[in-house]
Design a protein. Structure first.
Length: 411
């Protein structure tokens, strides 16, 4: 049974400080705590608000700006659901929003049974991520607003997809910033959390209860396909796959005809699953080396040993979750790219990525350029990579471009 929520007309409001309405007028969905007026009237209006409750956002002059979910503990004090004053934020709103997002995925050519159905702010549902793996949905509710409307959203997802299994993976660290505890487990259905993903011509196993994010990195789907094609087209024989996780890029390289792939990850369970995924696709285990090791230390040892590779993938975890961490993260990104460029054979290819929201595409380009200078090498940038199309970025929310990548050919 769906929950019933109050009509917007009864909602309390947050008033912004003078001049702080500009981003909302551009339809950016975040209201930071420093933008909210803190006079006595505003404090009184919000004192009894419940986390996730819908509030009206007004400018200092009283102009309506949007309907948002209130988050009393987060630096992002409110996340906007809608910018139309006549819109009611109720069950019907979320049913329609989920339907639009799911319908939009029909516009994309997704060569997989795994895809992202809802991508947070980019789909007008801040704090909500929903992935589909075959007959199973996996959802992350990472904001107070999405948490409050969880029951409505779950009902809508099951009804609109016709599926009966939905697993919750609300265990991301951002939940703590919202004052929310971790929450995982079946919200609908039951059964094994071990699933099989089909992607292009490959099979990849995953565990939605234990894997990163919702179980797998669906956002790199197109990059894996591009890498496989590049390995085949350029006849790249020796591949180094860094931060390999469960072996998606390793399978892609082997599918592209690589003679040998060395994969490095500091997670033993991820390495074990990578070994299984190589076998699952019928490739000879002798064509791979799987190392449970530190990537940075391994790269340094390879340089010391005079090793070289024809192709390298650098797909590290998030080094800079926010812009505050950008300086330290930039040094880490520069170091691994410098080492990788030193290890590449002339004519070799580097696929390098950053999934850090605090590192812009322009800054990442500059970091990699600096790495080339320090390595004493030059390289062509042949392509810029991003997330797969079911992980969209919108014109009003550039922060949605969290994943950025470069393809380089060493001169």
């Amino acid at each position: 049974m769906r929950r019933v929520y109050r009509d917007n007309r009864a909602m309390k409001s947050l008033q912004l400080k003078p001049g702080k309405e500009k981003s909302l007028l551009r339809r950016h969905p975040w209201v930071f705590d420093g933008a909210v007026a803190t006079d006595g009237a505003t404090d009184s209006a919000t004192r009894d608000l419940v986390a996730g409750e819908t509030v009206r956002i007004d400018s200092a002059s009283g102009q309506f700006l949007g309907w948002a979910a209130y988050s009393p503990q987060s630096k992002i004090r409110a996340r906007v659901w809608n910018f139309d004053e006549a819109q009611r934020i109720d069950a019907s709103f979320f049913i329609a929003a989920c339907a639009r997002s799911i319908s939009a995925r029909g516009l994309f050519d997704i060569q997989s049974n795994g895809l992202r159905l809802i991508h947070g702010e980019s789909d007008g549902l801040p704090g909500l991520v929903v992935d589909r793996y075959g007959d199973t949905l996996v959802a992350q509710f990472s904001s107070c607003g999405s948490e409050r409307f969880k029951a409505v959203i779950v009902d809508a997802l099951l009804e609109q997809t016709g599926l009966t299994r939905l697993y919750e993976r609300s265990d991301a660290s951002v939940r703590a910033l919202e004052g929310l505890p971790e929450a995982t487990g079946w919200l609908a259905g039951s059964g094994s959390t071990e699933l099989m993903l089909t992607e292009h011509d490959w099979k990849l196993s995953l565990d939605i209860a234990e894997g990163h994010k919702t179980g797998f990195y669906l956002d790199q789907r197109d990059s894996r396909h591009k890498f496989s094609h590049t390995v085949r087209r350029m006849g790249l024989r020796r591949v180094l796959n860094c931060y390999s996780y469960t072996g998606g890029f390793a399978v892609a390289a082997l599918s592209g005809g690589a003679e040998h792939v060395t994969s490095i990850d500091s997670s033993g369970p991820a390495i074990e699953r990578a070994i299984a995924n190589v076998a699952l696709n019928g490739f000879d285990a002798l064509r791979t080396t799987m190392l449970d090791a530190d990537v940075n230390a391994s790269l340094r040892q390879y340089v010391k040993d005079g090793a070289t590779f024809d192709a390298i993938v650098l797909d590290p975890p998030k080094f800079a979750p926010t812009a505050h961490h950008a300086d330290r993260a930039a040094r880490a990104y520069k170091d691994i790219n410098r080492l990788a460029l030193m290890l590449l054979e002339p004519g070799g290819v580097l696929f390098t990525y950053s999934c850090s929201g605090g590192i812009s595409a322009d800054l990442f380009h500059k970091i990699v350029a600096g790495a080339g200078i320090d390595a004493g090498v030059d390289a062509y940038i042949t392509e810029r990579m991003g997330g797969a199309p079911d992980h969209p970025m919108t014109v009003n929310f550039p922060e949605g471009e969290y994943l950025k990548g470069l393809v380089l050919i060493k001169k």
